[in-house]
Design a protein around this ligand. Structure first.
Ligand SMILES: C[S@@+](CC[C@H](N)C(=O)[O-])C[C@H]1O[C@@H](n2cnc3c(N)ncnc32)[C@H](O)[C@@H]1O
Length: 376
């Protein structure tokens, strides 16, 4: 099978965790960029990456790299790609372009030029061209121009990989599934250790932990992928990989995984989400305030993203949350290790604890730290 170059994208701060995942899958030449990891492999690896990677948002396949200092150079470079060999003209397309420090300064214009080249390529080869659908395209084309160097790729994931398919009940402040999984990897949580999220919202962290503990492939929960809409899609190979993944699920001894939240509605949603992910029986959920949090004997890992001040106009609620969490951690969590994803440095001082490590992580536009507290 032909060797290809791929980029898996993630949240800034999770690149090393993702690189570890890619290497474990057998990716070659794994190299860390900003918010992405590049690697080489064949199409079977691409399927496996979409099936198994927990902290990746997308896996894109490189098609072409060329200098594009002008609109004409971009058009010519994009026109060289044999588009009609990649997917049929009945597929709808969208072009996502980013431009930085380049002669071309407008991403929208770069996307338009690329789309023209794709349409002209199809028309010349087949007499027909694909329609554009920007909201839910069958095929997503990714263009990146940095300092006049252009790369054109195909998105093999389609919809972002955070959409595992289980979260029918997100809360307003829910973490992306891929970020929750990446934080568990960054924290070095081991699947045989207890894991508790005492402000679990929609249950994303405990559900991702249960998927890891059960060795359940996050891409096996019923969603579709971009590569399934390309020419040469090998359905048999994909189905064999999913069957193999199901066969490797761990059903033995259950790790202690818990989620609680002050909001009974959030907990009810978390229970439904866990049921959708088919790991309901692996997690204990309860409606409880952080004020009453007492996990019992350690060791184990506590991981949560407390309410952000920015999202709660009543600032004092955030202060009291951190004070109560600080009390619980100091008095009732000896032997545990706590990790908090905080986007609010002025609130964490109310914990009254000093972090032993701080990992910078971008949660979308929010500059966060994953803070580690060793509770002796
Ligand atoms: C940022 S959200 C957590 C989102 C969650 N990780 C998810 O993916 O859905 C913070 C959560 O803290 C909960 N919360 C606020 N005050 C609380 C308290 N005193 N005790 C426990 N949970 C609390 C909120 O109900 C909210 O669900």
């Amino acid at each position: 099978m032909t060797q290809r170059k791929f980029f898996a994208t993630t949240f800034k701060g999770l690149e090393e965790a993702l690189a570890g995942e890619v290497a474990a899958l057998g990716g070659e030449g794994v190299s860390i960029g900003t918010g992405s990891v590049s690697f080489s492999g064949n199409m079977a690896l691409c399927y496996r990456a979409n099936l198994w990677l927990r902290s990746a948002n997308r896996v894109v396949m490189l098609l072409s790299e060329f200098p594009a200092p002008t609109p004409a150079a971009l058009y010519e470079g994009a026109r060289e790609v044999p588009w009609h060999e990649l997917f049929p003209p009945e597929r709808t397309i969208a072009v996502d372009a980013t431009v930085r420090d380049s002669g071309l300064t407008h991403s929208h214009f770069a996307a338009q030029k690329t789309k023209d080249a794709v349409a002209d390529g199809f028309r010349d080869a087949l007499g027909r061209r694909p329609d554009v659908n920007t909201s839910s395209p069958d095929v997503r084309i990714v263009v990146r121009i940095v300092q006049d160097a252009c790369s054109i790729s195909l998105d093999t994931s389609g919809e972002s990989l955070n959409r595992r398919g289980y979260r029918s009940h997100p809360t307003e402040a829910s973490l992306k599934e891929t970020l929750a999984a990446g934080l568990l990897l960054l924290a070095g949580w081991r699947e045989d250790e207890p894991l508790i999220d005492p402000a679990c919202g929609a249950g994303t962290i405990p559900i991702e932990a249960a998927l890891i503990a059960g060795n359940i492939a996050p891409g096996s929960l019923g969603r579709s992928f971009g590569f399934q809409r390309l020419h040469g899609y090998d359905r048999k190979r994909w189905e064999a990989l999913v069957t193999e993944a199901r066969g490797s699920e761990r059903r033995g001894k259950a790790t202690r995984i818990e989620g609680s939240d002050i909001s009974p509605e959030a907990v009810a949603g978390a229970i439904r989400n866990a049921a959708n992910a088919k790991i309901r029986e692996r997690i204990q959920f309860s409606a409880r305030s952080i004020r009453n949090f007492s996990p019992g004997e350690g060791p184990g890992t506590i991981l949560c993203n407390p309410p952000y001040g920015a999202r709660l106009p009543g600032g004092p609620q955030v202060e009291s949350f951190y004070r109560e969490l600080g009390e619980a951690l100091k008095k009732r969590c000896r032997g545990w290790t706590a990790y908090l994803l905080s986007g609010n440095p002025s609130a964490t001082r109310f914990l009254g604890l000093k972090a032993s490590r701080k990992f910078p992580v971008m949660n979308g536009p929010i500059d966060c730290r994953l803070l580690r507290y060793d509770l002796y």
